[in-house]
Design a protein around this ligand. Structure first.
Ligand code: ADP
Ligand code: MG
Length: 326
């Protein structure tokens, strides 16, 4: 890093950030060869990593303040999906150059999301190259209480933590193919750039939900992971899938399709034994029942008359797949 040295950069923008300040649970943060985490007795460490590549996960023209929030939120959503309590994160940054304006905006956005999620910045790596950002998040939870994808049973309810489809509907705005116009578009853009990981919902689901994950590749595609790992079928009632006014306005007839198959939503999907419903309602956390678990395999979408209206292609995969997408 020419003008601004690597260590000066790390210190100025990251080690000195509010989110890197000492907190309980982090015995050693930025500055040594490793960070040291101190877990309470009987707790397990939950770890997830997420990489965002310029031109693949976000446009080359972007606001670094928003990009930082989105990157950290995408990683942290995995902690929510396990029911974990956030502890800290590391940040591996590959930058084409040390641009102070970009770094300042990025560090500010990182701090906003880190504090919203109660995550301490505990270390990282800084290198030069094409823009690429990795966040690795660490959380904790009582041993044996993690929300897995494998516990759904026939008879369980299928639930979702919030509406989907808005981030996908924001894509033409994000890519500059359409100019934002009105409040609805602002909402769509916020969904794309600043998703809020459902950490409290995830923690409320501990001991209640039989399976859970967060939707990143599209509702149906991700439901497919629960169906497969639990060896059950998931039946989605199309008319119970929540569609926001902003989504309807932007997508018209395609609203349901985007809600089912769009991506980047970062809301939780989970299965719930009916007996656990009152307990979850009492938590005050938001959720919608959108279907049920049945014996069998795969994910099906049903209309109000019980007819199968499952769309053919179900989500995004980087290296293609049964859908043949690249
Ligand atoms: P090492 O060579 O031992 O891997 P580095 O010189 O790369 O260590 O980093 C020095 C310290 O700064 C380490 O504690 C590392 O975790 C931290 N660090 C490096 N880059 C970042 C970053 N982008 N954000 C936060 N901490 C960072
Ligand atoms: Mg070292």
């Amino acid at each position: 890093m020419a003008a601004l040295g690597e260590f000066e950069l790390i210190h100025r923008y990251f080690a000195a950030a509010a989110c890197a300040a000492p907190v309980p649970g982090v015995a050693r943060g930025i500055g040594d060869d490793c960070a040291l985490l101190q877990l309470p007795p009987g707790e397990q460490l939950a770890v997830s990593t997420d990489t965002q590549v310029a031109g693949v996960h976000f446009p080359d023209r972007h606001d670094p303040f928003l990009l930082a929030q989105r990157t950290l939120a995408a990683a942290t959503s995995d902690l929510a999906a396990m029911g974990a309590t956030p502890v800290g994160f590391t940040l591996a940054l590959t930058l084409p150059q040390a641009d102070p304006a970009w770094l300042e905006g990025f560090a500010r956005g990182l701090d906003v999301m880190a504090r919203a999620c109660d995550l301490a910045l505990i270390g990282g790596d800084t290198t030069r190259g094409p823009l690429n950002i990795n966040a690795t998040v660490f959380g904790r939870l009582p041993a044996g209480q993690a929300l897995l994808r494998s516990g759904a049973r026939p008879g369980d309810l299928l639930c979702i933590g919030g509406p989907t489809g808005e981030a996908a509907a924001a894509l033409p705005l994000v890519l500059g193919e359409r100019d934002p116009n009105g409040e609805g578009d602002g909402e769509l853009l916020a969904r794309y750039w600043t998703p809020q990981p459902q950490l409290l919902l995830g923690q409320a689901l501990r001991g209640l939900a039989s399976a859970a994950l967060d939707v990143s590749d599209g509702l149906l595609a991700d439901c497919g992971h629960i169906a497969e790992q639990s060896a059950v079928a998931l039946l989605v009632d199309a008319e119970r899938v929540p569609l926001t006014a902003a989504l309807r306005e932007a997508a018209g007839e395609r609203a349901l399709q985007l809600a089912l198959s769009g991506g980047d939503d970062y809301v939780l999907v989970f299965t719930l034994p009916p007996a656990a419903l009152p307990g979850l309602q009492a938590s005050g956390q938001p959720f919608h029942v959108i279907g049920r678990v049945a014996a069998g395999s795969g994910v099906r979408v049903l209309d109000r008359d019980g007819r199968d209206i499952t769309p053919a292609a179900a989500g995004y995969q980087h290296f293609g797949g049964p859908d043949g997408q690249a």
